[in-house]
Design a protein around this ligand. Sequence first.
Ligand code: MG
Length: 258
Amino acid sequence: MNKVIIFTALLLGASCTSEAQQGQRMRPEETEYYSPVPPVVTPGSSYGDAPSDAIVLFDGRNLDQWMSSNDSTSAKWTLADNAMTVNKSTGDIQTKSTFTDFQLHIEYRIPSNITGTGQARGNSGIFLAALPWGAGGYELQVLDNYKNTTYVNGQVGSMYKQAVPLANASRKPGEWQTYDVVWTAPKWNENGTLKSLARVTVLHNNVLVQNNVTLLGDTPYIGMPSYRKHGPAPIKLQSHGDKSEPISYRNIWLRPLQ
Ligand code: MG
């Protein structure tokens, strides 16, 4: 045995002895506590079902939780088969309620007869906080990237033009797909300076595509991201101006986080 190995073995032995001695001095109860008690939440019976404390934003029955982003009138997307479908003539829709930090579940379907290429194929988007200026918020891209290529920071699962997804987990057009999102909104100090940046975690069809990514600001089509102070904001679904067939959404629920 050479001197290095002997020295390392002695160090490890000393460390283990120290930890063992410390463990013997403490009782197990000294590292256990009983409050605050986590709230009881009854999970859904299967994946995608809303848990007991969720705010249901769309269950297929009506669009009561949504309004037109253009003029705040009632949302006019098509309602059928427990889903809502983009109405390209009336534009984006957004929630009537506003949110800060949350867990979001949402499902979408690219129509099986989708046409177009690149960004003009099933383009939509989920603005995790919709803002009435600049890029209009922070867009989680929705796009058909099943055997359809585009710039990687604008493909499905990207935070548009900021964060490339860790994987392309797209299902075929015609199949329902899921997003599960944890959104931590940016925060500001009283004096208007940024206190903390936005962070986002996204699973696409149960595959991790954004892992607690920090955003540098909103998600503009042209130009660089930037921050501008805002408070609680709606969630917005994009009616994109491309000519491809409109996509559908269903089963949307959210859990506000403290
Ligand atoms: Mg989009």
